[in-house]
Design a binder for this molecule. Structure first.
Ligand SMILES: C[S@@+](CC[C@H](N)C(=O)[O-])C[C@H]1O[C@@H](n2cnc3c(N)ncnc32)[C@H](O)[C@@H]1O
Length: 276
């Protein structure tokens, strides 16, 4: 039964969307779910919040497809670098550690202080897993992951779009300076999504607004010498090895979206950037 009252800032509340997406997905019958996430199910049960506002739209499926690709990138990285360090930037109540940890890597989970306070009611630090309460824009938080050593995988899933472009540039510049050679997974939203967010099925239900309008993620290569965009996918151009393993309902949805070429779909990209 829902019971835990939460008070979160405006941008922070958006963590409820992917949390609920994973919980809904996890409850689906065998063969219909992209992922299992019993921890997300339990958190949705425990938190006093009207999650039903996100029911019925396509965004929950979108959050799950996004997470599935980010998980794939992390698993691939850890298979090649088993002692790597993973940094979740704007971790929210994400459970990537539960889904992809290999028993050897080190994890840092960064978010704003009110989110980390909430996160600490569900998760505890361990010798290989630590929460960090700070803004990605703060100067000090990188010291702990830097002291741990690389190679680094940085995941900023559904985070940077809520910042103005000048802040995203500053964050990416700082990450490139402090974690050169790291992989950074991040999503970008172009005008098709930014300009229609007031009618977006999930974003219209929260106060937060997308602020970084990025029509072409190749611009990230210009933001720091050595930055290289290794991959950039829309939901209609997911890597074949990921798309082909999705449940039938998802494959149908992707086929429909491919036909329709909706600007809000085609302008939303999932990117893998090597930092210079
Ligand atoms: C849509 S949620 C995504 C959460 C998580 N990445 C996931 O996929 O479940 C956005 C998250 O970004 C965090 N966030 C927003 N601005 C931030 C900042 N300046 N520094 C760190 N985290 C931030 C929010 O608090 C929130 O947890």
């Amino acid at each position: 039964m829902a019971g835990q009252t939460v008070r979160l800032g405006v941008a922070q509340e958006t963590l409820m969307i992917p949390l609920y997406g994973r919980a809904v997905e996890s409850r689906k019958p065998e063969g219909e779910a992209v992922l299992r996430d019993p921890a997300a199910e339990a958190m949705v049960e425990a938190i006093d919040y009207d999650f039903s506002r996100f029911d019925g739209g396509p965004s929950l499926a979108g959050t799950v497809m996004r997470t599935n690709l980010f998980d794939h990138w992390v698993r691939t990285f850890l298979a090649e670098n088993p002692d790597a360090t993973v940094v979740e930037i704007g971790t929210g109540l994400n459970t990537r550690y539960e889904r992809t940890d290999n028993g050897r890597a080190h994890w840092f989970e960064l978010d704003l202080p009110d989110v980390i306070e909430l996160r600490r009611t569900f998760f505890t630090d361990s010798p290989r897993r630590r929460m960090l309460a700070a803004s990605v824009l703060d100067d000090d938080w990188t010291a702990a992951p830097q002291a741990q050593g690389g190679p680094y995988f940085l995941a900023a899933e559904a985070v940077l779009g809520y910042l103005p472009e000048e802040d995203v540039r500053r964050a990416i510049g700082m990450l490139a300076e402090r974690f050169p050679g790291a992989l950074l997974a991040l999503d970008t939203t172009g005008p098709g999504m930014v300009d229609t967010q007031d009618s977006h099925d999930a974003l219209s239900k929260v106060e937060a607004k997308l602020r970084w309008n990025c029509p072409d993620p190749r611009v990230l290569e210009e933001w720091h010498p050595g930055n290289r965009l290794l991959a950039s996918h829309t939901f209609t151009t997911m890597p074949a090895e990921i798309r082909d393993k999705l449940p039938a309902q998802y494959q149908e949805m992707i086929a429909n979206m491919t036909q329709q070429q909706l600007p809000q779909v085609e302008d939303y990209r999932l990117n893998l950037l090597r930092l210079g």
